[in-house]
Design a protein around this ligand. Structure first.
Ligand code: NAP
Length: 318
């Protein structure tokens, strides 16, 4: 932990360093609140494992995810944000000042907190999936796709992530097969068209993966599929399986303290980023089950910063 950062009371502590957290930092820093941003174990969030970002306004030719994050971080630094490399291991939101424990070691006190802890990839839940994770099973094509040059890979899912991962994998794999549990993709029309028209991508409809088998080297060798309509099982030779079936919010730390919805997302008021506890705000994917875009995360990060600033002003603590 950086010397001195955790000393004393902070006006605003931001948890998370994706587009929501970094935008909240730019805004609270420009409001002279000298925010402390705790970066988390996966600094930069999901954009760090994203290649081409083509839908973030202001980049007519697109931008690489890590570059976008670096730009945002530099902007937040320019306005005097303190960055702390560490993971939040517990929080106490039951009294003010709030307490935030970093890496089970140090406690930081804060008058207001902005939670931007994001979301992580969901898994199918098969024992063989966890066993073979890193040995042919992956939840991140941009991280691991390179290792599948000339190989035959499968992607599970039917949303934007699955479509993007399938398209990305065509750069390396000899063949990519998308396995979807229904007969229609959920992905946006433009990505659907790219997938369905791609000569390296096949789609298997109405099908789920029920097991993943290792070959003699201990890596993925084949997968067992089940057609959900006919219940017919089949085996396919596979070198890799990429799971791209959505995300879960990173809210375990807050589960007993803040109101969460049935899927575990932090509940915020309909017209603000206020959570069920005054002085605690949430922005980005951790509170957003429906849009989940880099630009909406940045937008709610801005809202949370303004909400926190107003809260501190109203409380006379600023
Ligand atoms: P998603 O939209 O929730 O899609 C998840 C997909 O996985 C769905 O097709 C779902 O099937 C399938 N699925 C879920 N659980 C499954 C299971 N246990 N077994 C098999 N299949 C399962 O998630 P996402 O694709 O990660 O996208 C999340 C959000 O991020 C979306 O809002 C998306 O628009 C956004 N996003 C945008 C971009 C972009 O704009 N370029 C890129 C990535 C993500 P069903 O269809 O049957 O439910």
């Amino acid at each position: 932990m950086s010397e001195g950062l955790s000393n004393g009371m902070r006006d605003v502590v931001i948890i998370g360093s994706g587009p929501a957290g970094l935008t909240a930092a730019v805004y609270t820093a420009r409001a002279n609140l000298r925010p402390l941003l705790i970066e988390g174990a996966q600094a930069g969030g999901q954009l760090m494992i994203t290649t081409d970002v083509e839908n973030f306004p202001g980049f007519p030719d697109g931008v690489q995810g890590p570059e976008l994050i670096l730009n945002m971080k530099q902007q937040a630094e320019r306005f005097a944000t303190d960055f702390l490399q560490g993971d939040v291991t517990s929080v106490n939101l039951s009294e003010r000042p709030f307490q935030i424990v970093i890496d089970d070691e140090e406690t930081i006190e804060a008058k207001a907190i902005i939670i931007c802890s994001g979301a992580r990839a969901k898994l199918i839940g098969l024992p063989s999936e966890s066993k073979l994770m890193g040995n042919g099973v992956s939840a991140c094509a941009t991280c691991d796709g390179f290792f599948f040059r000339g190989k035959e890979v499968f992607v599970v899912g039917g949303g934007d992530t699955a479509a993007e991962e399938a398209i990305f994998l065509t750069r390396f794999a000899s063949k990519v097969t998308l396995i979807h549990r229904r007969n229609q993709l959920r992905a946006s029309k433009i990505l659907q068209d790219k997938v369905l028209e791609h000569d390296k991508i096949d789609v298997i409809w109405d099908t789920v993966v029920t097991d993943i088998l290792a070959d003699e080297s201990g890596r993925v060798g084949s997968i067992i599929l089940k057609n959900v309509l006919t219940h017919e099982a089949s085996t396919r030779k596979a070198d890799g399986l990429f799971v791209a079936i959505g995300h879960s919010p990173n809210t375990a730390l807050f589960a007993d303290q803040l109101d969460l919805d049935a899927q575990g997302y932090i509940v915020t008021q309909s017209d603000s980023t206020k959570t069920s506890i005054p002085g605690v705000f949430a922005a980005g994917d951790v509170q957003d089950p429906s849009y989940r875009q880099a630009i909406t995360a940045a937008g709610t990060g801005c809202m949370a910063a303004i909400d926190a600033e107003r809260f501190l002003e109203e409380e006379g603590q600023n």
